[in-house]
Design a protein around this ligand. Structure first.
Ligand code: ADP
Ligand code: ZN
Length: 560
């Protein structure tokens, strides 16, 4: 006070000396300053009041980490291994776990340590959750499940509390199973996450590790977790006593798909003549969830047509739906555009039928589907293959270029319809150069050290192409162009030599809108007998319908 007064006196002296007019205004009292922080805190206070109300009592606002684990505990599951088809190896590996859960004493008597964590690794929809439930069902133990993304919460510490809570519930009900879906959402290598969610994830992960280490050895709680990106997981998770068992749950092969279809078709009213083998062949790359969806779609289609049984026709239609999007028969396409599409698609089909090592053409259609495809050529492999030779890849590029080349041959001008084909052809060529060492100029070097996940074939961390010089990048571009150019040359020569077939085929397709393998073979056969075909085309003579071979195992998008 005194100091303030003397300062004021000095100031008035000075103002008087300089003869300046002045008035003083009193400052607001100090307690006003305290109001500001309180104003800021008001929303928080209101929020807490709301949380308290919602929870219906004082305690629950702070323990909402608990509720979800409780809700999700499932007991007496009626899922069995019979319902899991097509992944027999994984089932065999996991049968042992059922034994552990049924008779833990037998194993402990000999001093063995019951496994604690099992990591199920595989692409989405392959039945990992189903498998975990089947184990619980077979062993007759409670099943607690949570998803990794449930843990990543708004409040730091809630995820960790939830983990602790779930583990203590599961411990109380031992023997039991805890299933954590999407473990990668939680178990990412520490220090690589986004800044905001980072702390929370780390705490949750630590809590999980502590809990897993802390289960008494005689308590049989098995923690199962699913992921499709094992390589992103924190190595600490894989240590002995944690997720030290890893079981691969891969996409089913043709036999597996047949078995899965059998399980799901058994649940609906299907006609007696359903050819499961054939359906399995038509669906390479489909996982269990896709097949379950397919069967459901077929059942819905049959119901819409007022059938009392689901027949093969509905299944085939359902496959097309799943593969190529919904049929859009209502969309009107101008005649000239439709003719161009027919020529484009026949270009694909003709090239595919003329080159060895390409998948047989199953169907060509110019009925527009989905949002963008005006037509499509469906190639389906006869069996599952795991490797592709260089010439197979080159021929595949040729098939993709067949559409644009046919348009060019007939109309002397291309259209925008080939954009997707070109994109895919370039992608194959680029991978041949940068990943498969198939370019003599660049040698057997992998130039793409990308974070491509082995299971999803997706790049999850688009890393800049590290360690590549400007020079190398240019060479890669040139090599990609060379591969495409050479393929374009082959395709052009091939189509010029087979122009009569192209014209007849596209005319028929224009009229019928859809052609199947038999139609195509009939046209091809009619022409192969005529002598004009073989010499002077620049293409070595090959059987009219090529040897069956396959592309990648993933569900192939049809060439459009
Ligand atoms: P994931 O957990 O691997 O993503 P899910 O177990 O959730 O896959 O699979 C979803 C659904 O797909 C299952 O409920 C089941 O109906 C079907 N399914 C998946 N894989 C199989 C399989 N191998 N056998 C039978 N049905 C399967
Ligand atoms: Zn096309």
């Amino acid at each position: 006070m005194a100091a303030g007064d003397t300062q004021r006196n000095q100031l008035t002296e000075l103002l008087k000396q300089k003869s300046i007019d002045y008035t003083f205004e009193d400052a607001p009292p100090e307690w006003i300053g305290l109001l500001y922080p309180m104003l800021l805190a008001l929303p928080l206070i209101i929020f807490f009041i709301i949380m308290l109300r919602r929870g219906g009592g004082a305690g629950s606002a702070l323990s909402f980490g608990r509720s979800r684990g409780k809700m999700l505990a499932e007991e007496d599951l009626d899922v069995t291994f019979d319902q899991v088809a097509g992944i027999d190896e994984a089932v065999e590996e996991l049968r042992e776990i059922v034994e552990f859960l049924r008779t833990p004493g037998k194993y402990q008597a000999l001093g063995g340590r019951i496994p604690r964590g099992v990591l199920l690794v595989g692409p989405p929809g392959t039945g990992k959750t189903l498998l975990a439930k089947a184990i619980a069902g077979e062993a007759g133990v409670p099943f607690f499940s949570l998803s990794g993304s449930d843990f990543v919460e708004m409040f730091v510490g809630v995820g960790a509390a939830r983990v602790r809570d779930m583990c203590s519930q599961a411990g109380a009900k031992a023997p039991s199973i805890i299933f954590i879906d999407e473990l990668d959402a939680l178990g990412k290598v520490r220090g690589s996450g986004l800044p905001g969610s980072h702390d929370e994830r780390e705490q949750t992960l630590n809590a999980l590790l502590v809990e897993m280490d802390g289960f008494p050895t005689d308590q049989s709680v098995i923690v199962m977790a699913a992921t499709n990106r094992p390589e992103t997981l924190d190595p600490a998770l894989m240590r002995p006593g944690r997720f030290d068992r890893q079981v691969l749950v891969d996409k089913p092969d043709v036999k597996g798909r047949e078995a899965i279809l059998k399980v799901h078709i058994g649940k609906i009213k299907a006609a007696d003549d359903i050819d499961l083998k054939h359906l399995a062949k038509l669906t390479p790359g489909f996982v269990g969830a896709d097949l379950a969806n397919l069967v459901n779609e077929a059942a819905l289609l049959a119901a819409r047509k007022n059938r009392n049984r689901v027949t093969m026709a509905e299944f085939e239609e359902a496959i097309e739906r799943v593969v190529a999007g919904l049929e859009k028969q209502t969309r009107l396409i101008p005649e000239d555009e439709k003719r161009r599409v027919a020529i484009h698609e026949c270009g694909h089909a003709l090239v595919a039928c003329s080159l060895p090592g390409t998948d047989p053409v199953h169907k060509i259609s110019i009925i527009p589907r989905g949002l963008s495809a005006l037509g499509y050529t469906l190639q389906r492999p006869n069996d599952d293959r795991y490797l592709h030779t260089q010439s197979e890849l080159e021929h595949r590029i040729c098939v993709l270029l067949g559409g644009i080349a046919a348009e060019e041959l007939i109309y002397k001008e291309t259209s925008t319809g080939a954009q997707n084909d070109l994109e895919r052809a370039s992608d194959i060529a680029r991978r041949m150069v940068t990943e498969f060492g198939m370019s003599p100029r660049l040698g057997r070097v992998n130039y793409r050290d990308s974070g491509r996940s082995p299971f999803t074939a997706q790049v999850y961390a688009p890393s800049p192409e590290v360690g590549q010089s400007e020079q190398t990048r240019r060479e890669i571009d040139l090599e990609v162009k060379r591969i495409i150019d050479e393929a374009a040359q082959t395709v052009q020569e091939l189509l010029v030599g087979r122009r009569p077939i192209l014209e007849q085929m596209s005319k028929e397709l224009f009229d019928k809108e859809v052609m199947d393998a038999d139609d195509i073979r009939r046209i091809m056969d009619a022409h192969t007998t005529s002598p004009q075909l073989v010499p002077g085309t620049g293409v070595s003579p090959s059987p009219a319908v090529a040897e069956p071979a396959t592309h990648e195992r993933s569900a192939e998008r049809p060439a459009s």
